[in-house]
Structure formats: structure tokens, C-alpha cells
Design a protein around this ligand. Sequence first.
Ligand SMILES: *Cc1c(COP(=O)(O)O)cnc(C)c1O
Length: 427
Amino acid sequence: MSNLKLDTQCIHSGYFPKNGEPRQMPIVQSTTFKYDTSEDMGKLFDLEASGYFYSRLQNPTTDNVAAKICALEGGSAAMLTSSGQAASFFSVFNIASNGDHVVASSALYGGTYNLFAVTMKRMGVDFTFIAPDCSEEELNAAFRPNTKAVFGETIANPALDVLDIEKFAGAAHAHGVPLIVDNTFATPINCRPIEWGADIVIHSTTKYIDGHGSSVGGCIVDSGKFDWTRYPDKFPGLCTPDESYHGITYTERFGLEGAYITKATAQLMRDLGSTQSPQNAYLINLGIESLSLRMKRHCDNALAVAEFLSDHEKVSWVRYSGLKGDKNYELAQKYLPNGSCGVVSFGVKGGRLAAEKMMKNLKLASIATHVADAKTCCLHPANATHRQMNDEELAAAGITPDLVRFSCGIEAAEDIINDLKQALETI
Ligand SMILES: *Cc1c(COP(=O)(O)O)cnc(C)c1O
């Protein structure tokens, strides 16, 4: 059953029950798996046979859900992680460690920026952050001999900048390294970065993929297209024997399709243990079943809200890449022709205090740090995620004191707009 439309894959990919098996993907709530002989188990430990032995490494439910996301992204192998943060960390740390360097877009989720600029820096990995709208010369100049990867977000959270994936992939490949793309906000329904040259795609499944605010989770998908064996000196972890796994060379044993994810599972998941629970994987799977329906509604609602706000006298500016006139409108038309995401950001005239007052008066939209959910929610970064910063520091981070991040849910657009309308009237 290849060539199925994405809508159909959202329902079926990853789990095809055989005769008499459960129609719904079962939750295999078991830490461990039973074998008849020690020899059987030994083969699993040596990665000579495939099968399950301990759910920290692999579990049938999480594997099925990973396979579904893998199919949606058009990848060759995938794994789930306990959170989006774990996915970001593993995706980079699997190929870059102490003494290495990574080029990253500066328009990143705050948690990712912190992971890269502070925590991974302490582990000896250096990052160069570069504006997503940089020239090709500036981008090429960011590379060093020890650069191991390039990282960016399809649609940045919360800046909402759209990544020129072909530009970043071209530069990465010219320097012999893969491009890793965080596709959380676009989801594979609106953009499949691998088709534009990305080599590895990651997700915070906590957002649209779950879609109902129920489970924190992450996913890493490998395209299987990056040829590590062309650069064995750059990627010794994939191209030379792993002493911690009886001398296995991942690229030899598992090919380009399987090497990267097998290494991340066998080494990083084994040692760091950021496993997703089968229960959470099950909930994510339910979310994915309606992903294509929900994304369309999120995008329709966000465009309607962006159009309403851009005509409103109390709103000073609006950012939504699907809105004509937005600085990323053309990029969005290229990479996200069916819609970008449900998140709109805007500024309220009167600045920080006016934004606070408007938000206090919202009745339907809730104030939450969450985004990308069925329920409309919003956040005032100057008062929440970035409240430790003064106005100058906020400006440097690209966040103005009046900025409201508004995540449109899947309610009726009219109700969301009426809520905003009455709240804006109070200021
Ligand atoms: C939320 C988010 C993350 C982090 O994911 P968690 O599941 O919260 O750990 C990473 N990237 C983006 C774009 C996000 O929105």
C-alpha cells in the first residue's frame, strides 16, 4: 500500500493488524519481553536479530507510532523520544560531540536555543547562530572544519520566520554535513522538509501531532539519504566500529537507511534513557489520526484571525506567513502552499500594559505556555517565557513588549475573532 495520500497515512501507517489482531494499535504496557533461550536474547543484544527486550530502547507501541511519523515525513527510519527537547538534543549529539561545531538558524524555539547555547556548549559543542534571511555568503562563512551539522526550524517558534530549506540544505551539503530541520509547527501535512533537501527531521510531538495538550513527546526521522561514508573522518561514530556494541560499524551493518537511528537508539537511548512511554505514544497516535483535518482548520482560522487583526485600529502589526504582505509570504507560498500553521503573533497599540489588559479580557482563549493545540491559547512572552529580560534585551531577542503569541485552535473562526474583538475593545 504505497502512494497513499497523507490523509490516509495519518490513519493507517505504522500499524497493519494481521488476521484476528486488535484493530486499534495496542498499548504494549510492558517493560520487558520474554525469550526461550539466552542465545535468542544474546542475538538481540548484539543487534544480530531484531526484536524487543527492554522498553527503554524499543517498544512495539512506540515503534509503530515512530513508523507512522516516518511514513508521513517520507523518511527511512525513526524513533520517539520523551520530549521535543530530547529529540533536538539526540539529533545533534548523535553526530556532534566535544570539540565539534554546528551552524544553527537564530530563529529558534527558546528551549532549543538554551540547549544549544548553554547546555551543549558546556558539553563542548560550539554553535554559530545565523539569521534565517542571511545571504549565501554569510551562511557559507559560518562553517568551520569541525562543523558537523546545520539546524533550523521550518517555521520558527515564536518568531514565525520561514526557513529557506533549499538554501540551508545546499550550504550544508556543500560542506559535507546534514541539515536537521525541526518541523514541529508545519507538521508533515504542510511541509515535508526531506523533499526539499533536509536529511533529518525532528518534532516536538507535544504540539500539533498530539494536538490536544495531553502528552509531552518528541520524534526523530532520518531520510536515509545522507551518505556518512563519504566523510568517515567527520562521522567516526557512524563509520568506525562502536566498541560499546561489540565493534559494530553502523553504516556497514544497517546501511544509510538505518545507521543514524540505530546508533541513536543503541547508544543515546541506552545511555541517556529519554524514552517515550507506550501510553503517551498511543495518545499521540490518536492525535495523528485527525492531524490532516486539524491542520487545515488551524490554518484557516489563523488566516482569518490574521486578516481581522491586520485591519484593527488597536493592533500595530501582525505576523503570519500566510498573510499577503508578510515578509515571508513568498517563502511560505513555496514551502507551505497549503497553509503554514495556526500561530499568529501581533502587537497591541499601547505596548506591554495594553497587551496585558487585552489578554486579561479574553474569555475563550486561555493564557497558557502551550501552543499548537485544539484549544485557542495565547501567551505574552514579555510577561511569561521572557519575563526576566528588560525591554532592550527583549528587542535583541526579536520580541517586543507588545507581542502577543496567539495560537488559533480548531473552534469556529467567528468565535475566536469575536473573543479578540471584545477584548481589544477594552483597551
Ligand atoms: C515546544 C517545542 C520544542 C520542545 O518540545 P518539548 O516537547 O516541549 O520538549 C522544540 N521545538 C519547537 C519548535 C517547539 O515548539
